[in-house]
Design a protein around this ligand. Structure first.
Ligand code: HEC
Length: 144
């Protein structure tokens, strides 16, 4: 009988010790994996804001709408300053008078959608409608 109690005590002690080890081991494991997760998250967790120098590559600055002059000088000029493809030259009032007489709505429409040698949006579909229209205004103002 006495011997059995002794065995039971040893077993109980061993169980407590075993549980303790198990808990300790789990605590260690979860600490490690938390660190590992933090490490893995790091690259995507680091924010690179607009204008910041992020590892040598500047975050792209989202461009606002282009001014009429920027649109014209960046694209329309290639035909409307040179007369290429039979384009009416900017400032040529005689060439523009019959076109202006069609009304601005028609000029906008032809610039946005194209007409004969005039490509839709001058050939740059990434321009907004407003950017193209402002460039039309810019040409017309100089061609009356
Ligand atoms: C590839 C050459 C080319 C480019 C680039 C170009 N145009 Fe033209 N554009 C033309 C030609 C050619 C015409 C004459 C078309 C016709 O009436 O036969 C024309 C005509 C026009 C007209 C008159 C349309 C009408 O109804 O009479 C407007 C307005 C115009 N262009 C605006 C622009 C604007 C704004 C841009 C820049 C966003 C631009 N164009 C870029 C070739 C070009």
């Amino acid at each position: 009988m006495k011997h059995n109690i002794q065995v039971a005590r040893i077993l109980a002690a061993a169980t407590v010790l075993g549980l303790g080890l198990l808990i300790a081991a789990q605590a260690t494991a979860s600490t490690v994996s938390a660190d590992a997760i933090a490490e893995r998250l790091k690259p995507s967790g680091e924010l690179c804001l607009q204008g910041m120098d992020c590892g040598g590559v500047a975050a792209p600055v989202v461009a606002g709408p282009k001014s009429a002059e920027e649109v014209y000088n960046g694209l329309c000029t290639s035909c409307h300053d040179t007369g290429a493809a039979g384009a009416p030259k900017r400032g040529d009032a005689a060439a523009w008078a019959p076109r202006i007489a069609q009304g601005m709505a028609t000029l906008y429409d032809h610039s946005l959608n194209g007409i004969r040698g005039m490509p839709a949006k001058g050939g740059n579909p990434s321009l907004s409608d407003d950017e193209v229209k402002s460039a039309v205004d810019y040409i017309v103002e100089a061609s009356r």
